[in-house]
Design a protein around this ligand. Structure first.
Ligand code: TIU
Length: 226
């Protein structure tokens, strides 16, 4: 039997969503990036720019789970002994407190620490793979590609933070590996409004050079139809 297809109104043109072949990939919705008092805010960032994505992500995740489709979560972070942390990443920014140091919610971006965990509103459920990634992209030094191949996934709906950093890097990595990516604009966030706008434009420009952009409501409507 042929897999069902739903057309999602998107830019630069309609996305042919095949729910059975599509995974929802939620990037780095971690306490240290989103919560007041976390690492992101400590660096002087306005976390409200990211927090507006929580409710749309919660609704999309609920609809995706209700439809029985594949969900993958990612977290940016490192081993407690920091052997997978490039010295360049540790030193970049010349901050007083950097990755691996004690922060407001435990050691910053270290696996197992409170701040590294996914926010409670979007916490993974049993059976949903969590990809621990040392870099910005979800494909670098992780097993996400074999997980997607084993489940016959060829399309990704990508959400999370931040738009111009880990979301864009993951979309570019996925694009080069042959995945079609649909980004939900209200479910991705940047600390910088101008990067939010340009980060989305860069994906959909030139006929969809890296992928498509739409809203969570349109995705939810499409999976409801299928
Ligand atoms: N997840 C992710 O985007 N990591 C970052 O470090 N983002 C910043 O915007 N700094």
């Amino acid at each position: 039997m042929q897999d069902k297809v739903s057309f999602v109104n998107a830019e630069p043109y309609a996305f042919e969503l095949v729910p059975a072949r599509c995974a929802l990939v939620i990037i780095d919705m971690q306490r240290d990036f989103l919560e007041p008092g976390g690492f992101g805010e400590m660096l002087g960032n306005d976390v409200s720019q990211l927090r507006r994505t929580i409710e749309p992500n919660r609704r999309l995740l609920a609809a995706w789970r209700a439809a029985g489709l594949m969900v993958i979560h990612t977290r940016e972070g490192h081993r407690p002994d920091l052997t997978d942390l490039p010295p360049s990443k540790k030193l970049r920014g010349r901050g007083e407190t950097t990755i691996g140091d004690s922060g407001p919610m435990g050691r910053i971006l270290v696996r197992g620490e409170a701040g590294h965990d996914i926010i409670p509103e979007l916490h993974p459920e049993q059976g949903e793979p969590v990809i621990d990634k040392p870099g910005k992209g979800a494909f670098y030094a992780t097993d996400i590609q074999s997980i997607l191949q084993n489940r016959g996934i060829s399309q990704l709906v990508v959400t999370g933070v931040t738009t111009e950093v880990c979301v864009n890097t993951t979309v570019r990595e996925a694009n080069d590996r042959g995945y079609d990516c649909l980004v939900a604009e209200d479910c991705v966030g940047s600390y910088f409004p101008e990067f939010q706008e340009m980060g989305l434009k860069m994906i959909k420009a030139q006929g969809g050079i890296f992928g498509w952009v739409t809203s969570s409501a349109k995705i939810i409507a499409a999976i409801g139809e299928s």
